[in-house]
Design a protein around this ligand. Structure first.
Ligand code: SF4
Length: 277
């Protein structure tokens, strides 16, 4: 079978989820290559949590302009006590974690590895609300999961949605993604480990420590949110993103120890806790 066939659009409405990373960027490119300009029944959606690095937002914007594809930016929103969505743009997108902070105020707890409600509430649901607002009742959702991470391929729990994993179906791996982007005239230039939300609790201790050292202002946002959560939560671990340490403890530790902890691979845990969609 020609590999492009894996990227031929299925019938009906199709949502293409763009995460702002290279993998889903390649998925979009291959869908465009296989199908040409996207018909109106296809929507490309990027859900902004407000904690993406500026480079990620620029990358999404550059994909839209260089590939002449409309990307709809959505965000969690709340008005009059109702949870809604907003359509935003590169100019108007939240850049200081506003949607994320609102979610924690609503949930009265921080998400963590055992309760990952942020992916659902900040990424999946705002896009879903947008599509339902368009009148969609049923659709296929293209998700950028590669063949080397096929353990993440799972059916949708949402009755309205069928998931489609064209990269996985086509056997595309991480190396293919890197090769593709090496040949492009533009790329995601976010520092290593800082894709998705900058201080995501799924990232390794080493990556979060590097955030504290290299981007103290960005790290401090996570410290402040944990402080806020201590006033809201009733659950024992509700005010921390990782059970092992608070972000303040991690930042203080990095400051006291200095650079040697980064030079010793054994010192900071390098293991991450998976990936966000
Ligand atoms: S990147 Fe991490 S913190 Fe951000 S929405 Fe996904 S799981 Fe949550």
């Amino acid at each position: 079978m020609n590999i492009l066939n894996q990227f031929t659009l299925p019938k009906g409405n199709v949502q293409i989820s763009l995460s702002g990373g290279r993998t889903s960027g390649l998925m979009l490119h291959k869908i465009l290559e296989a199908n040409g300009d996207l018909p109106d029944r296809v929507k490309v959606a990027f859900a902004n949590t407000g904690r993406e690095m500026p480079e990620t937002l620029n990358f999404v914007q550059e994909i839209a302009s260089r590939w002449s594809v409309k990307i709809t930016w959505v965000e969690d929103a709340e008005r009059g006590g109702k949870v809604l969505f907003d359509v935003v743009s590169h100019n108007s997108a939240s850049r200081n974690g506003e949607p994320f902070k609102r979610l924690i105020q609503r949930k009265k707890a921080c998400p963590d590895q055992s309760k990952r409600f942020c992916t659902e509430h900040l990424k999946i649901l705002p896009a879903r609300r947008y599509l339902i607002d368009l009148g969609w009742k049923q659709w296929t959702n293209a998700i950028g999961i590669r063949a080397d991470e096929s353990h993440r391929v799972k059916p949708s729990p949402d009755k309205r949605v069928d998931r489609w994993f064209p990269l996985n179906d086509a056997g595309i791996t991480k190396n293919d993604v890197l090769d593709f982007w090496k040949k492009q005239p533009f790329d995601l230039i976010v520092p290593a480990g800082l894709g998705n939300c900058d201080g995501c609790f799924l990232k390794s201790e080493a990556t979060l420590s590097a955030l504290a050292r290299d981007y103290p202002d960005r790290h401090n946002w996570w410290v402040e949110i944990e402080t806020l959560a201590t006033r809201l939560t009733k659950s024992p671990n509700g005010a921390r993103f990782r059970s092992q340490y608070t972000r303040k403890e991690l930042g203080d530790f990095v400051e006291k120890q200095g650079d040697w902890i980064f030079d010793d691979q054994e010192y900071l845990c390098q293991k991450d806790g998976g990936e966000c969609t």
